[in-house]
Design a protein around this ligand. Structure first.
Ligand SMILES: C[S@@+](CC[C@H](N)C(=O)[O-])C[C@H]1O[C@@H](n2cnc3c(N)ncnc32)[C@H](O)[C@@H]1O
Length: 278
């Protein structure tokens, strides 16, 4: 008789513990669910069910990738963001929970606008742009990225979700495209060079450096948006967990009004917003 679900879960968890994975049991459950096409709860309803040889092979292949340090999200190939399930892989950053707070603030800033024009700077997987198109159906959303790879993933996610966003390759350091935007939103790269060594290898070794490392993106964004927004238009920016105060000060200096900061779900100042004078 083949090895059972319960036994595979136990052995996989032990293996991930030895590899120093942070949440070994949860990861083992998610990987096995994926290999078997089952919900996690179903695993516990069938702990004594033996795996077929091909199921065992699939489970081993996923486990080996995770044990080698690849992020769980990339191994699974999809991840939830707001109401969407997006394809995720090494072409773009894994959408983070704190970025859901950024989307939340954008929706508040757009409240009551029938067909606002929105520009997302640094599309990545398309998470922010697609969530806004999904949750504010009248919004006309454009997203730019300098990475063609990220844009190809964002295109796949637009197709997968059936949502319409315009995607374009554009370098933020050349200024922002278009003008008269009602909202400019961005989760820019904000990891400092001196922090890179202290980040988890899972992040540094697997996620695109272009999506992580700050090269003056936030300053360029704040200045570019001041030109590209309509009078009274809004800017919403995600900031480093220690950086929101500085970003808010930058918005003040650049002449934005109604500048405010919102905490993420972990209680860290995270999202900074402001408006151009009306
Ligand atoms: C932190 S990721 C955010 C991705 C996505 N919006 C999210 O929140 O999951 C930053 C994105 O900015 C893009 N980027 C980096 N430099 C850029 C530049 N100079 N111009 C435009 N996009 C840039 C990266 O390729 C990456 O996709």
């Amino acid at each position: 008789m083949g090895v059972t679900i319960g036994e595979v879960l136990r052995r996989s968890t032990d293996h991930l513990v030895r590899k120093g994975v942070e949440q070994p049991r949860v990861d083992a459950e998610r990987l096995l669910s994926q290999a078997l096409g089952m919900e996690r709860v179903e695993l516990y309803m069938h702990l004594d069910r033996p795996l077929t040889p091909s199921e065992l092979e699939d489970a081993r292949a996923l486990l080996a990738r995770r044990a080698a340090g690849e992020p769980l999200q990339y191994v699974l190939g999809e991840w939830g963001f707001r109401r969407l399930t997006l394809r995720v892989d090494a072409r773009a950053l894994i959408p983070r929970p704190e970025t859901e707070t950024l989307v939340e603030r954008c929706l508040a800033l757009l409240d009551g606008a029938k067909a606002p024009r929105v520009l997302d700077v640094g599309a990545g997987s398309g998470a922010v742009a697609l969530a806004l198109a999904d949750e504010h159906p009248g919004a006309r959303v454009t997203a730019i990225d300098v990475s063609e790879e990220a844009l190809s993933l964002a295109r796949e996610n637009a197709k997968r979700t059936g949502l319409t966003v315009e995607l374009a390759c554009h370098d933020l350091f050349a200024g922002l495209p278009g003008d008269g935007w009602d909202l400019v939103v961005s989760n820019p790269p904000y990891v400092r060079d001196d922090e890179l060594a202290s980040l988890a290898p899972e992040v540094v070794d697997w996620e695109p450096g272009l999506a992580l490392v700050d090269r003056g993106h936030t300053e360029a964004l704040v200045r570019g948006a001041a030109q590209a927004l309509r009078p009274g238009g809004a800017l919403a920016v995600e900031a480093h967990e220690d950086g929101a105060f500085g970003v808010a000060a930058l918005l003040d200096r650049e002449g934005y009004v109604a500048v405010r900061t919102t905490k993420d779900l972990a209680g860290r100042d995270r999202v900074v917003e402001g408006r151009t004078p009306a």
